[in-house]
Design a protein around this ligand. Structure first.
Ligand SMILES: Nc1nc2c(c(=O)[nH]1)N[C@H]1C(S)=C(S)[C@@H](COP(=O)(O)OP(=O)(O)OC[C@H]3O[C@@H](n4cnc5c(=O)[nH]c(N)nc54)[C@H](O)[C@@H]3O)O[C@H]1N2
Ligand SMILES: Nc1nc2c(c(=O)[nH]1)N[C@H]1C(S)=C(S)[C@@H](COP(=O)(O)OP(=O)(O)OC[C@H]3O[C@@H](n4cnc5c(=O)[nH]c(N)nc54)[C@H](O)[C@@H]3O)O[C@H]1N2
Ligand code: SF4
Ligand SMILES: [Mo]
Length: 689
């Protein structure tokens, strides 16, 4: 039988947004591989990408709408789309009649699917009368504010610019596992003589490939940066020309730096003074030098201020606006180059709506399920799409209880996730191989067209089709209730979204994107004009916007949390190379790569607790307990234990049960709410017989 090749793009929340080649035989996907034409990946994809055929045809995938008799009971019944949408539509209408508005309807959507058309889920809810929206991000809020306060906006160099760096400091990121394609540029730079430094509490796969590894106490990165800043100042490494012309508040920052004690910083960060000194001098001496601020470190109690203190090192040394310099963190410019829908991908997507519309919404910060449970008017209908909050948010038991309390919970997904177990209705979503869409990468700015390679499996539909179906069901009962376009054509919608990009690139039609893709042209090196959209128009060591918001204007991190005595181990939950958040663990090939209930501990801890490799332990704290198997490793300090994220998401017993609700210092300025911290959880463990 003839094989046909289709062009797809991976729609996972992953910076690589790999373009894929999908081989289809007899209407079935038989192989997925990287597209060598993709200039960023050059055809290299990860284990998750290769596992797509297994994921598409997984026996765990749910292909029909389901209704659960009692939440959490597992007593599911297959129903028709007609019944599902009709019953949900009736709920919308009864809420509207009972409350005279739709505030009791809430949407919790995030990046389960990065496709542009998937944003129609948000568009559907925005088209209704005022509703409740979960806003912000479980991921990037603190760092986004940090960068915004200093620079005025989040920009970064293109990935290739690392080739021009003589020093690359990877600070709180593990790209060897989370963005392996970027390692190509890092190795290339290293081959050309650049030094690679990794700063991480764990000796990660990335750290293992570095020239210098700095082991740091989690959450203390801002202090280390302040220490480095003091040394840069004392050792005369400052770029006075840049500082005097283009920065604001150096006098105040300098006064503060003179008061800090390097010995104290060494004790707090766990980094020996000599190492801090060496690191500062290496950064001061090497030009151009770049710092890649990973997302890991900004999910800590002082994450936002830590990011500010780190990126101030670039301003002190004049590494800003230079090829091979700057700070790589995150950029949002890319979404401003497409249409209206793509803009909803921005953390301030909501904030950019017209004032009267925006003010009519009730917003709840993402992950705050206890709050969601306590609203007036209460939530009557919660729609979860592209999210697995029970597994991924904090305090999973509270999330579960809130889901149990809400009269109608709808989950649109491909699998019966631990969140779906607390749903009343499960709506089966087709995989990206089953409908057309396009993805814009927030890392390399590539735009890829995702073709429909096969027919949707079973009765699954794309989120866009589901929203259209629901709008139709509502309109049938009460015409004029929603103006969401029920006949909207995905092609037309894509065209509208991509038109500005096609124009910029002089590409005649969307179809051309299939083979060649496109790349949104943003400045390869940001800030070359030294014009910063801050209140002062300069890079701000002393942030006027922070002051306006009642925040600390200087990049001074808050005090480090003391560890609770009864829970001596810090639990770090790290991402695994073969999984993505709570996804992929259910696939046999992936399960073969990694055991999904491993707790990694230091040999000293094993001796102290009389544990051996493979032993079963109970990991517990004040919030709950979870059973795991021990693996012993020297790659982490003795007071840290490590688990892989999102595990085990098949029995409703998830690691985030052990994480209490805890917020980052920043996040409100850009996204409207603080971020969530994920490296400040403490546990104890005991062997199970
Ligand atoms: N302990 C700990 N917790 C963390 C973190 C951490 O570092 N440590 N990191 C945080 C971070 S950075 C993030 S981004 C969040 C992620 O949190 P989530 O976004 O909730 O996590 P995912 O597991 O990616 O869930 C996405 C869901 O979307 C589904 N999905 C896939 N495709 C589609 C589609 O086309 N349509 C629909 N409707 N659904 C689809 C998937 O099956 C999956 O169930 O987790 C946070 N949680
Ligand atoms: N394979 C794979 N790739 C992924 C994902 C996945 O789940 N799996 N998820 C995607 C998502 S949603 C995201 S947000 C990105 C995140 O990707 P990264 O930016 O790489 O961030 P993390 O993996 O969250 O954390 C990276 C490192 O930060 C360290 N870290 C934690 N706390 C601190 C601290 O206080 N200080 C310092 N210096 N280091 C600290 C951790 O030990 C970890 O090694 O990856 C994306 N890519
Ligand atoms: S998960 Fe990331 S690296 Fe893997 S195929 Fe998808 S986009 Fe590429
Ligand atoms: Mo994330």
């Amino acid at each position: 039988m003839r094989k046909l090749t289709y062009h797809n793009v991976c729609t996972r929340d992953c910076p690589a947004s790999c373009r894929l080649l999908t081989e289809v035989q007899g209407g079935r996907v038989v192989d997925v591989k990287g597209d060598p034409q993709d200039t960023f990946t050059r055809g290299y994809i990860c284990a998750k990408g290769y596992s797509y055929p297994e994921r598409i045809y997984s026996p765990d995938r749910v292909l029909y709408p389901l209704k659960q008799r009692k939440k959490g009971s597992g007593n599911w019944e297959r129903i028709s789309w007609e019944q599902a949408l009709d019953e949900i539509a009736k709920k919308f209408i009864s809420i509207s009649e009972g409350y005279s508005n739709l505030l009791p309807v809430c949407l919790d959507r995030y990046l389960g699917n990065l496709g542009i058309l998937n944003l129609n889920v948000a568009a559907f809810f925005l088209s209704m009368a005022p509703i409740t929206l979960m806003v912000g991000s479980p991921c990037v809020s603190a760092g986004t504010d940090g960068m915004t306060l200093n620079y005025g906006f989040c920009r970064k160099p293109v990935p290739e610019d690392m080739l021009n760096s003589k020093l690359i400091i990877i600070w709180g990121g593990n790209p060897a596992w989370t963005l392996p394609q970027q390692m190509h540029y890092i190795y290339e730079a290293q081959k050309n003589g650049a030094k690679i430094v990794v700063i991480d509490p764990i000796l990660t796969a990335t750290a293992a490939r570095s020239d210098t590894y700095v082991n740091i106490r989690p959450g203390t990165d801002g202090l280390l940066a302040l220490g480095m800043a003091k040394i840069l100042m004392e050792e005369n490494f400052l770029d006075h020309e840049f500082m005097s012309g283009y920065t604001h508040g150096w006098d105040k920052y300098k006064d503060y730096l003179t008061t800090i004690d390097l010995e104290q910083i060494s004790t707090q960060t766990n980094v020996p003074s000599a190492e801090i000194h060496k690191l500062a001098c290496l950064y001061g001496n090497t030009k151009p030098a770049t710092i890649w601020i990973g997302l890991g470190l900004q999910r800590s109690p002082s994450g936002g201020q830590n990011v500010r203190a780190i990126d101030s090192l670039a301003a002190l040394t004049g590494n800003i606006g230079k090829q091979g310099g700057n700070v790589h963190h995150i950029s949002y410019e890319v979404f401003m180059n497409a249409g209206e829908l793509a803009r909803l991908q921005l953390p301030w997507g909501l904030a950019s709506m017209p004032e009267d519309l925006k003010n009519s919404f009730r917003t709840i910060a993402t992950g705050r399920f206890a709050e969601l449970n306590n609203l007036t008017p209460p939530i009557e209908l919660l729609w979860i799409a592209g999210r697995n909050p029970v597994a991924q948010d904090q305090d999973s038991d509270t999330v579960k209880n809130t889901l149990k309390n809400i009269p109608m919970v709808v989950v649109a997904d491909q699998f019966l996730t631990s969140s779906a177990q607390y749903a009343d209705y499960f709506l089966p979503v087709s995989s990206s191989f089953e409908h057309e869409d396009a993805v814009i990468s927030y890392w390399h700015y590539g735009v890829g067209l995702n073709e429909k390679a096969i027919e949707p499996l079973g009765e699954s539909k794309s989120d866009f089709e589901i929203m259209k179906g629901l709008a139709k069901a509502i309109e049938k009962i009460q015409p004029g209730f929603t103006d969401f376009p029920t006949e909207s054509d995905p092609r037309q919608c894509l065209h509208q979204e991509l038109e500005p990009i096609l124009k910029q690139q002089e590409i005649s039609s969307i179809d051309k994107l299939r083979r060649q893709g496109a790349r949104i042209q943003l400045s390869a090196v940001p800030w070359q004009d030294y014009s910063f959209p801050t209140p002062s128009g300069k890079y701000e060591f002393y942030s006027l916007k922070a002051m306006e918001h009642g925040l600390e204007p200087l990049p001074i991190p808050a005090q480090v949390t003391a560890k609770p005595a009864s829970y001596p181990f810090r639990l770090m939950v790290v991402r695994n190379y073969a999984t993505l958040n709570s996804q992929f663990y259910n696939l046999p090939n992936i399960r073969g790569l990694e055991s999904n209930s491993t707790l990694i501990i230091h040999p000293e801890t094993a001796v102290q607790k009389s544990l051996e490799h493979g032993d079963k332990v109970k990991v517990y704290n004040q919030l709950g307990e979870i059973e795991m198997h021990i693996s012993v490793s020297l790659c982490l300090p003795h007071n840290i234990v490590v688990a892989y994220m999102g595990i085990p998401d098949n029995h409703g017993e998830v690691i985030n049960t052990l994480f209490g609700l805890s917020e980052t210092d920043l996040g409100e300025v850009v996204s409207g709410c603080k971020g969530l911290t994920f490296n400040d959880c403490f546990v104890n463990l005991v062997r199970m017989e």
